[in-house]
Design a protein around this ligand. Structure first.
Ligand SMILES: [Zn+2]
Length: 116
């Protein structure tokens, strides 16, 4: 499956390299996106395709809010979509071998090395 990278001056905010908005990967002008980051964002694109864009963002936000109560400032790292993306971003064959809805298995699994 293909992907679109949109180089621009505004998105994401300074200090960040890339953000995925509805399947488009935004990268700040002058920044380089590395393979790991690109694959991370492509995993998010798959998740969005599976759930539908609107539902993905609703779920993402809800999970982040709910997990704030359990993980506080580490909530982001425990969102199932992020857990899968960080797990798979380095895998050479991850995109090929990935099972549909792979993020599901991380919903109740805390991120390793993060205390609550
Ligand atoms: Zn991510």
């Amino acid at each position: 499956m293909g992907y679109k990278i949109v180089y621009n001056r505004l998105i994401p905010f300074k200090g960040f390299t890339a953000i995925n908005l509805c399947g488009f990967i935004f990268v700040r002008k002058g920044m380089n996106i590395d393979c790991t980051t690109l694959q991370h964002e492509r995993i998010h694109s798959r998740q969005m395709e599976e759930l539908g864009y609107v539902f993905f963002y609703i779920w993402y936000l809800l999970e982040w809010i709910i997990k704030l109560f359990f993980y506080g400032k580490n909530s982001y790292w425990n969102i199932s979509f992020e857990r899968e993306a960080y797990f798979g971003e380095d895998g050479l064959f991850y995109m090929w071998n990935r099972k549909k809805y792979a993020f599901m298995k991380y919903i109740f699994k805390p991120a390793p090395g993060i205390d609550t």
